[in-house]
Design a protein around this ligand. Structure first.
Ligand code: ZN
Ligand code: ZN
Length: 397
């Protein structure tokens, strides 16, 4: 994941695992389930209220402002990877401490930035071996286009009040859009009859949305519109999306995100447009386990020493090969057959075999794990031989 994120020019940001509670109340929203019932909140020794981070964006925005990272004009690109905490009901694939990967592009309000963020999340999952992903995308407009819509939505909800759950009943006056987040069976039935925000966009939001859709098509990213993806807070604007892995069935979302043009300002900064995503690492691992796809555990090159005398020379050889590409040495001491099998399964492309015979002749065997072919190379020429082989596989790497 780091490899893909950095290949797109995103740099890692590491924030503390806890922040002042108010940051999450302000940024995630006081009306959300996260803030109302899922946060681990405690007082420190001076009585200040702190909270274990339930998500990553708030901390990135806080760090961005506190450290004046927006001082230079242009777009700042960040990614994070780490533990988050929510007091949720533990169930299959869901933990109270869980890991997320996320990226934020702060400083651009343009639709092309949304396209890049969606492309980045799809490529991140694609590079792990998850093919056939599907992006669901929607626009939640800007606060202006939501205002007119909300009164119409309130009227429609008022007519259905008797069928809604108690929580949604209170949402009619407060934040009616939040009804779309309800998991209640009866509320979900009502949803299909409600007016859609998607059909109430102003011209500027409509154009932005059309540009995002056209860009996804141009990049060949499979996608469809889903008007039910709603983020009912004022900070969220325009693009909202989820990336699904359909083989997982009902719970197929691996990640999602969207544009949050109002968040930096809500956290005390100047008006600054931004867009980002997050994905659950446990969900991704679960998806990989459900398919034949396995997360690559080996780098492109693996050196396989056979016999005791070859072990230290293998470490020396690997040092040279690292100039070409990341290289691991398998020191498990198993048979050649077992070594080759795990190198291939682990996702390595080239195995460099160093045994007694090769040692005495100052040679190595270079095996193409994708094609299943091998050749002998003089020890001195091994770097060039491996490089040529990897270049031939360049298109597949
Ligand atoms: Zn609008
Ligand atoms: Zn409900």
């Amino acid at each position: 994941m780091r490899h893909t994120l950095e290949a797109y020019g995103y740099g890692e940001i590491r924030t503390p695992v806890f922040e002042e509670t108010q940051l999450f109340v302000r940024s995630v929203g006081s009306e959300t389930d996260i803030v109302q019932k899922e946060m681990y909140t405690f007082n420190d020794r001076r009585g200040r209220s702190l909270t274990l981070r339930p998500e990553g964006t708030a901390s990135v925005v806080r760090a961005y402002l506190e450290n004046h990272l927006g001082r230079e004009a242009g777009v700042r690109r960040f990614y994070y990877l780490g533990p988050m905490f929510r007091y949720d009901r533990p169930q299959a694939g869901r933990f109270r401490e869980f890991f997320q990967v996320g990226a934020e592009a702060i400083g651009s309000g343009d639709p092309e930035q949304d396209i890049e963020i969606i492309d980045l999340l799809s490529m991140l999952l694609h590079d792990l071996g998850l093919k056939d992903l599907e992006v669901e995308v929607n626009s939640v407009g800007h606060p202006g286009c939501r205002q007119a819509y909300e009164s119409e939505l309130r009227a429609a909800l008022e007519r259905e009040r008797g069928k809604l759950c108690a929580t949604c009943g209170t949402r009619i006056e407060g934040n009616p859009l939040r009804v779309f987040d309800c998991k209640n069976e009866a509320c979900r039935g009502v949803m299909s009859r409600l007016p859609l925000l998607r059909n109430h966009l102003c011209d500027a939001c409509e154009t932005h949305h059309a540009t995002v859709l056209a860009g996804l098509a141009r990049l060949g990213i499979p996608h469809k519109e889903n008007p039910m993806i709603v983020r009912g807070l004022d900070y969220y604007t325009r693009t909202a999306f989820e990336v699904h892995y359909p083989p997982l069935g009902a719970q197929s979302a691996l990640g999602g995100g969207g544009r949050y043009d109002g968040l930096v300002e809500a956290c005390g900064g100047p008006p600054t447009p931004a867009v980002g995503f997050s994905a659950g690492i446990e969900r991704v691992l679960f998806a990989l386990e459900q398919t034949s796809a396995e997360a690559p555990v080996e780098p492109p090159i693996v050196v396989l020493p056979l016999g005791d005398a070859a072990r230290v020379p293998a470490l020396e050889l690997a040092r040279e090969l690292r100039a070409v590409a990341p290289t691991a040495v398998d020191l498990s001491g198993r048979s050649l057959k077992a070594l080759l099998r795990s190198a291939g399964r682990g996702g390595a492309h080239v195995a460099v075999i160093l045994g007694d015979k090769e040692m005495t002749r100052a040679e190595v065997t270079v095996r193409d794990l994708l094609a299943g072919e091998q050749e002998t190379s003089p020890r001195t020429g091994v770097t060039a031989a491996v490089q040529a082989l990897l270049q031939r596989h360049g298109g597949e790497a």
